[in-house]
Design a protein around this ligand. Structure first.
Ligand code: GZL
Length: 304
């Protein structure tokens, strides 16, 4: 709790007086780029000094960056973890230094008293919603390729869990193959090419844990001479602008929104923390599903 910060002799501060160390996963997806932009713009707007460390999607780079923030004695540490495991020692160091930690976009596998708050979506709900949509779209009759996000990230585990729960209700819905495309378009395409070659003609659906992998898979489906959105239903998560464009082209069937614009809420939360106020341990950012038919009307007002 913030009182730890006070315990380290830190008096309440204004946002314009503090330094925030931000360890970002990298730039693996359109979602992540929008997430970084939102946080950097909001820091600018609130005159917060933000030290931005790009992890290049490598867990150890992030651990090194956060250790650097601790040594530097920043006021607050923000982490968007590439992987949810392997953070306990570093978080214990931050606590010992009296530096509050805020998590955004993913959680970590660590005791709750090692961070002030985590800002995420309900990833199990997102996976479940995707599964329910696919069940309706295919009348409960689907042979599915699943493109998994970064396996060591809680968001991938939870999106997998929610989807599996939803399709378990339908005996004729089967995941034929499940492989990680690491949330990127390039790897999503490569993995889809391989799995299509192995299961062509058998597959009628793709569930991708994010739009970037879905967009890569769509390229692979086309390269295999099939029509994405028709021969193979494609459902994914994030609802980034390129997904709306793919839905308008009829190649993506639906996407579950996961809003990346965490900047304003993140700095509201940090403001409370540095003023010694309590904050909720978890903040869930809500979302909704968008289907192909809604894309043309919605794309103009999409904020990311
Ligand atoms: C979700 C975030 C995920 C996005 C992906 O909060 O962690 O990571 O869904 C991104 O696009 O790579």
């Amino acid at each position: 709790p913030a009182s730890e910060a006070d315990a380290a002799g830190r008096k309440p501060k204004k946002l314009s007086e503090i330094v925030v160390g931000f360890s970002q996963t990298g730039a693996e997806s359109s979602w992540r780029i929008a997430h970084s932009k939102s946080i950097q713009e909001e820091a600018e707007k609130r005159h917060v000094q933000l030290l931005f460390a790009d992890g290049q999607n490598v867990h150890n780079n992030q651990v090194n960056a956060v250790n650097g923030f601790i040594t530097k004695g920043v006021d607050v540490i923000v982490i968007a973890p590439q992987e949810s495991v392997g953070w306990k020692p570093t978080l214990k160091e931050a606590k010992r230094a009296g530096i509050p930690v805020v998590l955004t976009s993913r959680g970590v596998d660590a005791e709750e008293d090692l961070y002030e708050t985590v800002m995420v979506a309900d990833f199990v709900w997102e996976g479940r919603r995707a599964g329910e949509w696919l069940a309706k779209q295919t009348n409960g009759n689907a042979r599915i390729i699943e493109l998994v996000g970064t396996p060591a990230a809680d968001v991938a585990v939870m999106r997998k869990t929610g989807f599996a729960e939803a399709i378990a209700k339908h005996p004729d819905m089967k995941i034929i193959a499940s492989q990680s495309g690491d949330f990127t378009r390039t790897k999503g395409k490569a993995v889809m090419e391989t799995l299509l070659a192995a299961h062509k003609g058998e597959i009628n659906a793709v569930y991708a844990h994010n739009d970037d992998m879905a967009l890569g898979a769509i390229q692979a489906i086309q390269a295999a001479g099939l029509k994405p959105g028709q021969d193979i239903q494609v459902i994914s998560i994030d609802a980034v602008k390129p997904a709306f464009e793919a839905m308008m082209e009829g190649k993506l069937n639906a996407t579950v929104e996961c809003n990346p614009l965490h900047g304003p809420l993140l700095f509201d939360t940090i403001d409370k923390i540095v003023r010694g106020e309590k904050v909720p341990k978890r903040t869930i950012v809500p979302g909704q599903i968008f289907e192909r038919e809604q894309a043309a009307a919605a794309i103009g007002s999409r904020p990311y």
